[in-house]
Design a protein around this ligand. Structure first.
Ligand code: URA
Length: 236
């Protein structure tokens, strides 16, 4: 059971204040009867809530896989930029957030949900969940880097060290411009860019391809998204 005003606000019908006003104005029907009391408890599983003439269905959790495009920020709101949550046009709830952050110029897999427990499981460093990236690097990447990344890199300073955990680097192509895949189990601020910058190289392009058991659907173009399938959700 859930309060009627909370039900409506969570489903994005308006802010808590706005929906209270709609209720008092007599714009809400529950099972066909006008209800003017915001505190009324409704059974979200079986009762039918209608605002004006639109049925508002209750959804407890939503899970979307987004192929984040460059230029969009990993936040729920932003005064200047479009956010990853803004891209989820079919969302029903008003409390979705991205599971972790990708930099504004990074593309690829981002899970958007309102499931805080799942978010914690995927992001907690203690859980060792793999995050796999494809990257294009300005400069040559060598077997010495593979070894160094496996051993950990100090992305802090000499005085204030910050060591990364072992990371698995695979070289796809090495040259003046290199292409690599990198798997890390943590997500420090600008981590991959800082890991390469330590040795004077810049990340030109970065895309996340996988997080734990969840792999980016390659039919999704940057900016596109879809709901997770039941199997994907169960595996997570
Ligand atoms: N590492 C980075 O530097 N940026 C990202 O967006 C993700 C990992």
């Amino acid at each position: 059971m859930i309060r009627l005003d909370k039900y409506l606000a969570e489903m994005g019908a308006g802010t808590r204040q706005e929906v209270k006003r709609y209720i008092r104005q007599g714009r809400i029907k529950v099972d066909g009867l006008t209800v003017k009391c915001p505190e009324m408890k409704v059974d979200e599983e079986i009762q039918k809530v209608v605002l004006d003439n639109t049925t508002i269905e209750y959804v407890s959790y939503e899970y979307y896989m987004l192929n984040k495009p460059a230029g969009v920020v990993s936040a729920t709101e932003d005064p200047r930029d479009k956010t990853v949550v803004d891209l989820i046009k079919s969302r029903k709830r008003n409390d979705l957030f991205p599971v972790g952050r990708l930099d504004k110029d990074t593309e690829g897999l981002l899970l958007i949900t309102n499931d805080g427990k799942l978010c914690h499981r995927l992001l907690s460093p203690k859980k060792h969940v793999d995050k796999c990236y494809y990257a294009v690097i300005d400069g040559r990447v060598t077997e010495a880097d593979v070894k160094a990344f496996r051993e950990g890199i100090n992305i802090g300073t000499l005085d204030d060290e910050e060591w990364t955990r072992p990371a698995e680097l695979k070289i796809i192509e090495s040259g003046n411009i290199s292409r690599i895949r990198l798997t890390i189990q943590e997500g420090r601020y600008h981590q991959i860019k800082r890991m390469f910058r330590v040795s004077g190289r810049e990340v030109r392009y970065l895309k996340r391809e996988r997080m734990g058991t969840l792999t980016l659907d390659d039919s999704l173009k940057p900016g596109q998204y879809r709901a997770l399938t039941k199997e994907e959700l169960e595996r997570l």
